[in-house]
Design a binder for this molecule. Sequence first.
Ligand code: GDP
Ligand code: IMO
Ligand code: MG
Length: 432
Amino acid sequence: MPAVVIVGAQWGDEGKGKATDLLGSRVDHVVKFNGGNNAGHTVVIGDEKYALHLLPSGILSPGCTPVIGNGVVVDLSVLFEEIDGLEARGIDTSKLLISANAHVIADYNRTLDKVAERFLGSRKIGTTGRGIGPTYADKMNRLGIRVQDLFDEKILRQKVEGALELKNQILTKVYNRRAVDVEEIVEELTSYTDRLRPMVADTALVLHEALDRGETVLLEAGQATLLDVDHGTYPFVTSSSATTGGACTGSGIAPTDITRVIGIVKAYATRVGEGPFPTELGEGNDPDGDGERLRANGGEFGTTTGRPRRCGWYDAPIARYAARINGVTDFVLTKLDVLTGWDRIPVCVAYEVDGERVEEMPMTQTDFHHAKPIYEYFDGWHEDISHCRELGDLPQTAQDYVQALESMSGSRISAIGVGPDREQTIVVHDLL
Ligand code: GDP
Ligand code: IMO
Ligand code: MG
């Protein structure tokens, strides 16, 4: 009867997809509970590589029921494109369930996402342009379109009319764009109704019944703690709750059902889009080209937008923060293999903010913008570690690095990634 949560402990792209896939064969349901097709999870199984955006990574595990929870925003064209793409590769997607309460990304929200970013200019967030922010804003404004609305055309038309009354004013008068026609939107959305109908369910009830039967439910976050709308580096965040609290609101599972919280954390750090990133190796502070080397070794280019990811060293205060916010019981440390080949590896252990040493994530965004990393240095290793399957197989310096991160990150490290493949994982403590 356990519900287990997987969350990102940094700024996303930590390897949540791989971790979810690793556990997929041992769980009964995998639930995506937040975000939409702003996420990009790459899963490698043998010679096959899958890039998932909207579908939960559990879709690749045959025995498991993938669920899109009520907290997700669904772009229906992307949904069916992704389903068709997987089916063409022999993946059975017929078990997929979608919450009747999930919100739908309408075309005007994709447009508004892009024009708002352009309007912000240098203050832009660097969104993925998928309409995520405007769709969540509509949900909170009570102007949103839900999956269930597609089954009642009269209601759907009323809701689209209501939303467009305001949006067309904004589109035409603020952004100088053409007004959107109600019928165009209704037609597009209803074109999916028949295909969608068999997948739609009261997913909260389905999940509760599964837990009552003693089955295991895995709740898979998109994005990450530092991108969470409440706990992240606001306003440079996504618009959903990507932390453990969001796993409850975004699925209908109760906090008391959660027995384990697995934080996924990279052995270094990356970020896509704008916003503060204290350990970033960027122009002016990276004389040895370490940022470029991390990007090249780690293949750090966005799965969704292809943008180069900003790269930097491991930030322990961030990991501790994520451990606290999420109640992390176990960390999975990913991409340790990417650090192979450095003589010494810096780790941020605290910050200097306006001349003072600060041990934890600063309270204000202004201080976080001013935070300069204070580094400790650890000996590196040069051996190929991608074949290691036990902790003892790692070179001593790599073991020391892992142990040092564990001691400063607020929870135990229960698994270590040494390559993108499912198999390239060292399991120290069982995750389920
Ligand atoms: P997610 O968004 O958290 O699921 O992460 P992404 O899939 O966007 O980015 C993680 C990338 O790292 C993917 O390309 C994975 O295949 C890859 N990856 C995951 N774990 C490891 C690992 O331990 N080592 C290496 N080298 N690559 C990994
Ligand atoms: P996964 O699940 C990394 C970032 C965007 C932007 C900000 C807001 O693969 O870890 P949005 O389109 O969500 O309004 O953009 O959030 N962002 C991600 N960065 N990984 C992700 O997902 C992300 N999803 C959104 O780059 O800075
Ligand atoms: Mg990703």
